[in-house]
Design a protein around this ligand. Structure first.
Ligand code: CMC
Length: 426
């Protein structure tokens, strides 16, 4: 840590205050303003936390300018191409990549916990057909704490391990059940002979006594999507999970809060919007018309799947997914009008001055929507897929905060702009 300081002068009374600068291992330094209110009598104001680091973390690093994303120091492209989602989950939860033996043991631990208590089915039975799978999943995860309350001593390493494995293992099962129940379809139980991602696709797409015949590229494509979503430092849903962790809430409650935050269309819902927009455009000959709308300052229309708050040159997750999308489409022989529309939009936008000048490149959602559709996953399940991927990241972030020596409850202050004290009328 450097001993550098930043000096702030209040020109109202000409007083100066000093605050320490803390250095990151890589990336921007921060100004430690934890004593700001005590010293100055003022709060700082940063709506949407655009300039605020809310915690110290060793899990994920993003460099938006360079298009870099690393989990515990490993580049996302390496993890997505060379490792599986469970390797990545292990890395996030145990600080290091597993050896071949450790991975085998971890896969076994996850597989054997993939069934959920039969009682949960009664809860799912009570939801009407067409209930949104995200709503059912959120209720199902909250309900886990009513069935599995024997491991609530999260300070105990073994108990933490049990809880962590249980959540990673059961979320795909609850996710698949959510879809089956919301569509009035028979549920398919986990198959203990299948790997994590293949098992999930089977629970989603199979029928009783008939397995789906999945191509390796289909499993690889979904596994890659899970890996690329596994963590993204202090995004909105992770911040929700950390806020709950700061109150010492139980992890099942914290994960349910993360699901709630992720459901919003500004967060986990964007890839669904990409597909809806491609369907609205419909045919290749209408692309120019919509590109013109996106560039028109008087039109609020935006090209979904383009641009990112943090990545301004390219989204490294999109680069990986573009390759997988191409491979998947070729192997499955998919050449729909929708794909042609997407390819034309991509081509124009990557060479158009408007998009280049503003750093608007295809983001992860531009490609993930098309991949999920090719995997026959319905649109209402897109955010649910995101949840399965993000779960290890949420648990890792929850655990990192919970294991701190002292945990400060998240309690921001405000700039009050309401009425001053009113005189009551008697
Ligand atoms: N289509 C057309 N113009 C755009 C778009 C777009 N998709 N995105 C930004 N712009 C323009 C915007 O009009 C503005 O132009 P000008 O400077 O002339 O006023 C400029 O680019 C900067 O836009 P901004 O809204 O200030 O940028 P932001 O960083 O606040 O917004 C964003 C980022 C992702 C919300 C935005 O690019 C967007 O709405 N994209 C479409 C939705 C989308 O794909 N969302 C998924 C994001 S990835 C999810 C994840 O990582 O979890």
């Amino acid at each position: 840590m450097s001993k550098d300081i930043i000096t702030i002068t209040n020109n109202r009374d000409n007083k100066s205050y000093e605050f320490p600068i803390l250095d990151a291992s890589v990336g921007p330094s921060v100004v430690d303003i934890s004593t700001f209110y005590k010293e100055t009598g003022m709060f700082t104001y940063d709506e949407g936390y655009t300039s605020t680091a809310s915690c110290q973390s060793k899990i994920t690093y993003i460099d938006g300018g360079a298009g870099k994303l690393m989990y515990r120091g490993y580049d996302i492209a390496y993890l997505a191409k060379e490792k599986t989602f469970l390797d990545t989950a292990y890395l996030l939860l145990h600080d290091d990549l597993p050896s071949a033996e450790q991975l085998k043991a971890y896969e076994g631990e996850i597989t054997k916990r993939s069934f959920v208590n039969e009682g949960i089915k009664k809860l799912f039975d009570s939801f009407p057909d067409q209930a949104h799978p995200m709503a059912i999943l959120s209720a199902g995860v909250s309900a886990l704490s009513t069935f599995y309350f024997d491991h609530l001593e999260i300070d105990d390493k073994d108990e933490y391990q049990e809880m962590s494995n249980r959540i990673v293992a059961k979320i795909p099962t609850l996710a698949a059940f959510s879809y089956r129940y919301s569509n009035g379809l028979p549920i398919i139980y986990p198959d203990m002979n299948k790997g994590f991602t293949e098992n999930f696709l089977n629970m989603l797409r199979a029928y009783p006594h008939s397995y789906v015949d999945l191509k390796p590229i289909e499993i690889k494509a979904l596994d890659t999507i899970f890996t690329l979503h596994a963590d993204h430092e202090q995004n909105a849903s992770t911040t929700a999970v950390r806020n709950l962790a700061s109150t010492m809430a139980h992890p099942y409650a914290a994960i349910a809060a993360g699901i709630g935050a992720l459901w919003g269309r500004s967060h986990g819902g964007a890839n669904e919007s990409v597909i809806r927009q491609l369907e609205m455009i419909g045919t290749v000959d209408r692309v120019d018309e919509f590109i013109a709308k996106a560039k028109d300052k008087n039109d609020s229309f935006r090209l979904m799947g383009f641009g990112h708050r943090v990545y301004k040159n390219f989204d490294p997750r999109a680069t990986v997914l573009k390759e997988i999308r191409n491979e998947l489409m070729t192997e499955l022989g998919i050449s729909s009008e929708l794909v042609a529309v997407a390819e034309k939009i991509e081509k124009i936008a990557l060479s158009d001055e408007y998009f280049i000048k503003r750093g608007l490149y295809p983001n992860i959602d531009f490609y993930s929507g098309l991949i999920l559709q090719a995997l026959k996953i319905p649109k209402e399940m897109f955010a649910v897929i995101f949840v399965i991927g993000r779960t290890p990241g949420w648990i890792a972030q929850w655990s990192e905060l919970s294991k701190q020596k002292t945990v400060k409850i998240a309690r921001p202050r405000q700039l009050y702009t309401g009425p001053t004290e009113r005189t009551p009328e008697y």
